[in-house]
Design a protein around this ligand. Sequence first.
Ligand code: FE2
Ligand code: FE2
Length: 386
Amino acid sequence: MGDGVSGEHRFIVVLCHHGDMPLSRPEHGARSLIPELTPFITPMLQNHIPHQRTVTSEDLTRARQSMEPLQEAIQTWRTKLEGDCTVVAWMSDLHLHAPRSYGGDIGFYGNQVDCSFNFRLALAELATLAPLPDLLVFGGDVADFGCGCEAPTDEYAEFGRILREALPPGLPTLAISGNHDHGVPTTAAWHETWHSLAPHAWPRSPDADDYYFASQYGGWRIIGLDTREDGPLSDRQRQWLTQELARDAVTPTLVLIHRPFVRVGNWVDDIRLFDRATYDVLDASSAVKAIWSGHTHKAGGWRYRGKKHVVFPSLAYGIPGPCGWGVGMFSRNQLEAVFIKTISAPWYDGVAFKFRQSKRQVQRLPFSDYSTSPLFHPNLLPRDPR
Ligand SMILES: [Fe+2]
Ligand SMILES: [Fe+2]
């Protein structure tokens, strides 16, 4: 290669050929691929098309078996709460690809992970719960190639197709968007596509520039917010949130917000939500009991200033992992317990760049005190008065 290609470039091409190296930072999507390397890397990629594997009867058997501890845990809590509870499931960071060639420009996990299979498997696992949860929330990063722009419509079509084929019938859903889903501001076409995917009507946003809403389920108010690709919430969204929390200052409230305020201890912490003004609005409301997020591809649970912050894992790949989804048990006015379900198939560790399999597939999420944790930053968020 005596043609101006440096020794460093040659070294990187060889590593990529063996699939041992990321081509881009996952949260930034494949467009952050170092541009000058693209001509050398692209021809070396072996698999440009997502695998799109189907869920087999063996997968289903494993899925069913893996769900027994969760079925039991939920039943125990239902009994404890004498049936007076709301059960909410969460799936996020699906990072779905369309079933087509991406011409090699698909990012390191896209060339390794069948994101559609993981999502189908998670829905198959959830479908074994009897009774089903009261609600399933999709927590953003549904699509993959929507960083700083609108995700391709065929990635959304893939989401819609899987919902039609694998969502348990009659299960209500809500969805918020993530930093891989849309540009800023959202377009009318994006809203149209988004709502066309819903198996039943999702709430309309009061604002054409973002997607946010307030909804009611089983005595709980659910507020969905839009954290866009980066930066704080728009002033208009924050104003709406302030008014909504003032309009009803009593009903226990779960807030869904893709990028978390809190840290979990990986590099995605650096691109979490830095928005003290919005944090203060939520902090001031005693109605807000829990704040649920995804985005970090690593689970975490914190008790902080009278609220529970939950960060759920990703269904696509972990940083480092494991991959999975979650279920929350709500009493009349508290989030009582959260369980994390690791998928019953090998999952991709996006730090070690290899697949792993978890033996223990259901875990009750522990909640530690955030403001006494070494991850807490007192210059960014207030200390807990306790
Ligand atoms: Fe994500
Ligand atoms: Fe994200």
